[in-house]
Design a protein. Structure first.
Length: 326
């Protein structure tokens, strides 16, 4: 292994994919895997050519002078400033989450539109909720409805593909669409899916004024980022039923560790009967993790062959003096 390049994986989820990663690599890599810990990383990063992790601690930039590739094991990225990474270190991410997220969208729409979850719960107590023989109220269908997609990237395209099978009509806008296009989509869609990236332009894009444009029976699904929708306005809209319901899988607050208990917002969305609230879990599936491992391996092999890296989001520019030993 003397000629092998060194890869350091500092990710608490590494046990879920590191063996898959090793098996997918074609080039020779000496893979060291450990927790997302500055203490552990300090002992392994100095001679690393590449790394996989959420964020390189600032205090280790000097030790990581040899690092030329940092892969983020997800669709986002935590480094926003090139000065946070050593000069020449490429920072890339990976997708592959669009399939389970698209499946979640239709789980959410069917759950909220058909009311079958409530019917099943009532039937456990002998109640025939939603049965026409005993005068139950009729349910909705997805068929024939208009699905509006805010964002038409990886997730939006997968949602649109599945919409055809449900007999839905689809309209979509990009995140940089004109305000008039957004207003038209909100006012004419039966189901609205937020699937655009969070940017300075999209942050707070769905204001209270725009939420009021939605149809009274519309259903909103947010699988992008919570901050795209104004928090207070969304809670008011759902509590007062400006539109019918929402499925929320992304949040305004996240736990700092696995044992922390919180509901993702300063407002009790989870208490509203017309909200399907889930803990940002729509993408987290075994097949998705395996696909990401293969894609990260492909990028590592590109690096080893001297080929361009895919999905680079920024390149480090830090050239600071190391000063005292870290």
């Amino acid at each position: 292994m003397t000629d092998a390049r060194k890869l350091v994986v500092f990710d608490d989820n590494a046990p879920l994919y590191v063996d898959l990663l090793r098996g997918a690599l074609e080039a020779e890599w000496d893979v060291k895997s450990g927790p997302n810990s500055t203490i552990w990383l300090r002992d392994h990063i100095a001679d690393a050519d590449a790394a996989i992790g959420l964020k390189l601690p600032t205090e280790l930039r000097c030790k990581a002078a040899k690092l030329k590739l940092l892969l983020f094991p997800g669709a986002g990225f935590m480094h926003r400033d090139p000065e946070e990474l050593p000069e020449g270190c490429q920072h890339a991410n990976v997708y592959e989450h669009e399939i389970p997220v698209a499946e979640y969208v239709f789980l959410a729409l069917l759950t909220l539109a058909t009311g079958q979850t409530e019917s099943a719960a009532a039937f456990r107590h002998g109640e025939w909720l939603g049965n026409g023989r005993v005068g139950g109220a009729p349910r909705r269908e997805l068929f024939g409805g208009m699905l509006g997609l805010i964002g038409f990237g990886h997730i939006g395209r997968e949602v649109a593909r599945r919409a055809e099978a449900f007999g839905l009509r689809v309209q979509a806008i990009r995140s940089k669409a004109a305000p008039e296009a957004l207003a038209a989509l909100l006012s004419t869609s039966d189901f609205v899916v937020v699937a655009c990236p969070l940017t300075p332009e999209t942050k707070g894009m769905l204001t209270g004024e725009r939420l009021r444009l939605m149809k009274p029976n519309a259903i909103l699904v947010n699988v992008a980022r919570a901050e795209i929708v104004e928090e207070a306005a969304l809670f008011q809209a759902l509590r007062e039923r400006w539109f019918a319901a929402a499925a929320l899988d992304v949040w305004y607050r996240y736990p700092a560790h696995a044992d922390e208990r919180l509901h993702g917002s300063q407002y009790p969305f989870h208490e509203l009967p017309n909200v399907l609230a889930t803990p940002h879990s729509s993408a987290w599936t075994g097949p998705m993790i395996a696909r990401r491992a293969r894609q990260m391996a492909a990028n590592l092999d590109r690096f080893a062959r001297g080929e361009p890296i895919e999905r680079v989001v920024l390149t480090g520019t830090w050239r600071g003096s190391c000063g005292s030993p870290v």
